[in-house]
Design a protein around this ligand. Sequence first.
Ligand SMILES: Nc1ncnc2c1ncn2[C@@H]1O[C@H](COP(=O)(O)OP(=O)(O)OP(=O)(O)O)[C@@H](O)[C@H]1O
Ligand SMILES: [Mg+2]
Length: 414
Amino acid sequence: MPPDSAPAPILTAPDEELSLVLRSISAILITLDPQGRIRLWNDAAEKVFRIGPGAARGREFATLVRWDAERLRATLESCRAEREARRIDELAFEAAPDVRGLVGMTITPMGAAGDAGFLVFGREITEQKQLEAQHAHALKLESIGQLAAGIAHEINTPTQFISDNVRFLRDAFVEITKLLELCTALARGAERDAASTALVAALQGLDLDYLRAEIPKALEESLSGLERVGKIVGAMKEFSHPGTGEKVSVDLNRAIESTVTVARNEWKYVSELELDLDPDLPAVQGLPDEINQVFLNMVVNAAHAIAEKRGASAASLGKITIRTRSTKDGVEIRIGDDGAGIPEGIRQRIFDPFFTTKGVGKGTGQGLAIARSVVVDKHGGSIAVESTVGVGTTFVIRMPLVATLGNGAKERRA
Ligand SMILES: Nc1ncnc2c1ncn2[C@@H]1O[C@H](COP(=O)(O)OP(=O)(O)OP(=O)(O)O)[C@@H](O)[C@H]1O
Ligand SMILES: [Mg+2]
């Protein structure tokens, strides 16, 4: 544009310009009358709460949707009293069963003391909070993983030399047994020799037969215990192996075995666990640490569901079954439990981030959200759930051998 040219003509009248701005702005912009009733309601507000301007106008803002109405009313009051803007950082709302989220808002009094009403300026922060929560969760897992790998390494070293020593003692005992037999024979031969009487009595007091039978058993048991320690350590190492972020060939059967081994303490008090793994299961290209995480979340959920059904009663153990099969175009993993089941009414919501039916401190509602993001978004697979209240639940995970989509999944979801 040449420097001396006239300014661009205003194409719309100022009112139209303003309404265009209100329509285009991506932030929530609402004005309230002094009683807190909605006057102006922009497109972004409609999009977040899925309530049109016609339905919103005239309604009290604090009770428009399900949220902390008292907190909102108190904020408006303090805005009015202090004549200052107030921030509400994180407010959870539910406008309809499937319209939920978090918003952050600033409320500013208009006019002298809010006598001209209030301006509400805000945005939806659901996704940001979700990402933060997942990030925090990932960081926590990473440090737990590092600790576990360190501990596994530490346990490995003494376990190895204890095993070597026990094996040596077992082999050496074969020789000692021969010695003991010789001693016994010698003692029998010397029975009539008066000088040896004391020696014979001492030998008989030792109960050599018992030692000969029991010592090898004790050594065998120790060795099999050590073998178990070795397996747990191996599983811990495998489970906590830090991923490189690159897809590699993953043996899902092994991933499942190491996950149930490290998580044994989570399920063994409430349930048995049966593995039915297809020996010919093909490997999939994937992110091993994230896939382990999915199995862990599912197994822990299953154990919780069984614990919930059992209640405080010491009824017989429940059962978790994990089955793998190859399918026409990939693999299928079924993780079943005979726990409490999932009521129909919430089945749609269990994959939502933050959705939990568990008490404070027990569940954060991240487990299945993470599982879905790993299986669907990162591996191009699917997760379905079959459940009957009081009978049990089965999660069915399907994965292609090679993730056919990387970013494609995200694009499709957006
Ligand atoms: N196997 C199951 N049986 C019954 N209900 C389940 C099962 N798995 C999940 N759910 C339900 O789905 C909800 C969400 O599960 P999710 O794993 O996402 O979160 P959480 O287990 O509550 O918390 P977190 O996994 O973050 O500790 C659970 O609170 C529970 O109500
Ligand atoms: Mg969970």
